[in-house]
Design a protein around this ligand. Structure first.
Ligand SMILES: Cc1cc2nc3c(=O)[nH]c(=O)nc-3n(C[C@H](O)[C@H](O)[C@H](O)COP(=O)(O)O)c2cc1C
Ligand code: SF4
Length: 783
């Protein structure tokens, strides 16, 4: 009877119990009465006994003969290896037998069976023409095998011995239509694919594989993600950088293609980013990084059953190359958002003035519409030090948390992608960090100062600020105040918290299309910290201790302050680069644009400039100008030249405000009309440069990053032998700190870095030639 049912499926393999019951139902077998039923039960028992025999179908074995799975019988591994149950082959000439399996692509895989019943089978696929990839795959598999054997006992038992499979020797239908299945009812075996692939621009087996993957994806009879049952996959490409120097030109192009199709077929189960290595140059190092990452992921999968936060949901199954994320901003992108809607204003007005942060919203909501664009001065903000009875009552109750977990501010900030650490600090990865991870360019700080965006953490130990700048995109979300009146978190809690938050967000990029394994590995070591996310970092009472912790781990510090806290600025110890925001050139203009809470804002501002002047021979000091047309550009060049003359900063960064039309949070009635074109920014910079020269001030235009509408004017102190040296010698900075302490005596010239790269200097655009230029939708831009 078994033989007859088998034949109907076109194979001669034993059937699973469920399939048998299915056939029972489908064929309405004429078995009636108790005798027949007893007979069936006896038969089922015999069948299930047979299925428990330690035997395996060797993948690719067309005869489907039962063979012991020799590869898994090595010492230390399952002696009775899990047999793979391959999809039965179709009768010759017949259609492919398709058993698509629909699983939720985004959900973490919940392995419900008890741990001892689960097994993970890693399959290492490769193709090779001249033997390099074959050797690499075998070596990799050996390393992985050893490492899995060294796992803690409870994990060791979960892994079956990795198997290496030559793509020329296997039947793709058995692995690339559905995940292989096990016929052993003792275990549930999940598969994890690792694919090592060289690239060839001539016809090879790779073309067949790619064709198969494409066909499977487009086959209307199969789910679009039939391999979503895999635990995960990752691809490593081998190629030749000399012949194909850039990825665009074809370096590892087939590995990239396989990675892309596997993302579609698995429903975004990219467990680790695509690795790429050149045997003549960097194969060993790149493979080591990738191996380490893959091992970490396997350990995670074995313990949690999932690929980790963000992965199943972060890779883009559509792979349209469009980064499907809301437009994001960072500390260096002062942006204008769309004005708040009437509806929202009403809602805000109806709220309770219970939290200090609400005042920001209320102030905004009470503004007449279009205020700012018509040049009318917004009302000066309320100084909380003089805020009515309600505040005094609160003060009596003791300090509150700045951003309590259940507050609207907390919800709003976390929705925007911030991780809130403790009660007043935040961390967020900026869009340039993501862009650099994908090889799509770093921020202007790479061009000017050599900062790798993918190794940069953007954070603040104080989400509160004492200004309500008209262009600030955080309106209504950040708390405001003139003095610190909240609970103070210890610096080590913040330091460890922001690092953990940053790394967690980086890890969530693992499955994102285009992320390079090499950069991902580098990103797991923070090297720079931009203290400027939102709020005012020097507001935090333990800022110096926090800085010491950063420097202790050799993380550089770029600290931006708003020129409203002269006492804190004066007390600040060494930072790698110290910024003040210069948002206007005179008192009226500053009141209009920054809407400071302090009544003596102008005096504070000027004192800060004087402090910066004093610090200029100890620290790299920077003025940051953000140009907003209609507010702080026209007729202000002279005024800015006055301020430069007063503060004598080492550098002046001039940047056009950026427009972000997607947000619905409060703006200040600004629009695209307020965004200067790069040509206008350049014109302003040239005029300022001329004014500085007229005054005999030794400055010049050093560098540019046209992509972010940013230009750098530098003091001639940073020009050596006619060449600009705006880059930083970070190593030297830390040595100086360690030798002489945070109050030590040294000058910015002591840690001046190498020459500014030619491509970053004024007139050359400033785009890193290693990276691929894409527009906001991820489309390639020709250079
Ligand atoms: C005819 C030929 C074409 C190649 N085409 C590419 C290519 O398009 N892109 C690339 O990155 N490498 C290319 N390579 C380099 C190989 O991918 C590289 O040498 C690889 O290590 C070979 O692996 P294998 O020894 O396992 O076959 C090519 C090599 C040859 C001989
Ligand atoms: S400095 Fe860091 S945080 Fe700022 S834009 Fe560049 S990468 Fe982002």
């Amino acid at each position: 009877m078994a033989g007859r049912w088998d034949a109907q499926l076109g194979g001669d393999k034993p059937l699973g119990e469920i399939e048998i019951l299915q056939l029972w139902h489908d064929h309405r077998l004429p078995i009636l009465g108790i005798t027949a039923s007893i007979g069936l039960v006896i038969w089922l028992c015999l069948l299930s006994y047979r299925a428990r025999e330690p035997a395996a179908y060797v993948p690719g074995d067309d005869t489907s003969s039962i063979k012991p799975a020799a590869t898994n019988s090595a010492a230390g591994w399952e002696e009775k290896a899990t047999p793979l149950k391959t999809t039965p082959k179709d009768p010759v000439g017949g259609p492919r037998r398709i058993k698509g399996e629909l699983r939720k692509p985004n959900g973490a895989r919940v392995l419900s069976e008890p741990a001892h019943e689960r097994r993970i089978q890693v399959l290492v696929f490769y193709s090779s023409l001249t033997g390099t990839t074959e050797r690499t795959a075998n070596g990799f598999s050996h390393t992985l095998t050893t490492s899995l054997q060294e796992q803690p006992a409870e994990l060791r038992g979960i892994f079956l011995k990795p198997q290496v499979l030559d793509l020329t020797q296997i039947d793709y239908d058995e692995y690339f239509i559905n995940p292989p299945k096990t016929a052993d009812s003792r275990f549930s075996v999940d598969h994890f694919y690792l694919i090592l692939l060289p690239s060839y621009n001539i016809d090879t087996i790779n073309d067949n594989l790619l064709e198969h993957l494409k066909e499977t994806h487009h086959d209307f009879r199969i789910d679009t993600a039939p391999l979503s049952g895999l635990l995960g996959y990752s691809v490593f490409g081998l190629g030749d950088r000399e012949g194909w120097p850039s990825e665009e030109d074809g370096f590892c192009f087939q590995a990239k293609e396989v990675d892309k199709w596997m993302a579609k077929l698995t429903g975004r189960k990219r467990a680790y980013p695509l690795g790429m290595g050149d045997p003549k140059r960097d194969l060993e190092q790149r493979l080591d990084e990738w191996t380490t990452g893959v091992k970490d992921v396997l350990a995670l999968v074995a313990t949690t059953g999932s690929l980790g936060d963000g992965v199943a949901g972060s890779g883009n199954a559509i792979e349209s190359d469009y980064e499907d994320e809301p437009e994001e901003v960072d500390d260096d992108e002062v942006i204008i958002e769309e004005p708040i809607t009437q509806k929202k204003q009403k809602k805000t007005n109806g709220g309770n003035i219970d939290d200090v942060e609400d005042l920001g919203r209320i102030m905004k909501a009470s503004q007449p519409e279009n205020e700012g664009t018509n040049g009318a001065a917004p009302p000066i903000a309320i100084d909380f030090t003089t805020y009515g009875k309600k505040t005094s009552k609160k003060t009596l109750q003791g300090p509150k948390e700045m951003v309590p977990k259940n507050s609207p501010t907390y919800n709003s900030l976390t929705k925007q992608g911030y991780s809130i650490v403790g009660s007043h600090s935040g961390v967020k990865i900026c869009r340039w960090t993501k862009s650099a991870l994908r090889g799509r360019g770093s921020c202007y700080k790479f061009s000017f100062y050599g900062i790798n965006s993918h190794q940069c953490m953007e954070t603040t130990p104080s989400l509160s600020c004492s200004n309500k700048c008209v262009f600030c995109w955080r309106h209504g979300t950040n708390p405001v105040g003139t003095t610190w009146r909240w609970v103070v978190d210890p610096p080590d809690v913040i330091f460890n918290g922001v690092k953990a938050g940053h790394y967690q967000k980086i890890k969530m990029m693992r499955g994102v299309p285009g992320v390079r394994a090499e950069r991902f590995a580098e990103a797991m070591r923070i090297r720079h910290c931009a203290l400027s996310l939102v709020g005012e970092p020097i507001f935090y009472p333990h800022i110096n201790e926090f800085l010491a912790m950063l420097h202790g781990e050799r993380i550089s510090s770029f600290l931006v302050c708003n020129a409203q806290h002269p006492d804190q600025l004066a007390a600040l110890k060494a930072v790698t680069q110290l910024y003040v925001s210069i948002d206007a050139s005179n008192k009226e203009s500053l009141r209009k644009i920054d809407r400071p809470l302090h009544r003596d804002f102008w005096e504070r501002f000027q004192r800060c400039l004087d402090i910066l002047r004093e610090k200029r021979f100890k620290q790299r000091t920077v003025f940051r100008l953000t140009l907003v047309k209609g507010f702080n550009v026209e007729d202000e060049v002279d005024g800015y030249a006055d301020l430069v003359e007063r503060g004598l900063p080492c550098f002046v960064e001039i940047k056009g405000v950026t427009y972000c039309g997607t947000s619905t949070s409060a703006g200040a009635g600004l629009s695209m009309a307020n965004v200067p074109f790069y040509a206008e920014v350049s014109e302003f910079v040239t005029a300022l440069d001329n004014k500085l020269r007229e005054r005999g001030l030794a400055y010049g235009i050093a560098a540019e990053h046209a992509h972010s509408c940013c230009v750098l004017i530098a003091s001639e102190r940073f020009r050596v032998g006619g060449k600009w040296h705006t880059q930083i010698d970070y190593q030297r900075f830390f040595e100086l700190l360690e030798e002489r302490g945070a109050d030590g005596d040294w000058t910015p010239e002591d840690y001046m870095g190498p020459e500014t790269p030619e491509w970053a200097t004024w007139g050359n655009g400033g785009f890193d030639p290693r990276d691929e230029r894409v527009d906001r939708k991820g489309r390639k831009i020709e250079r």
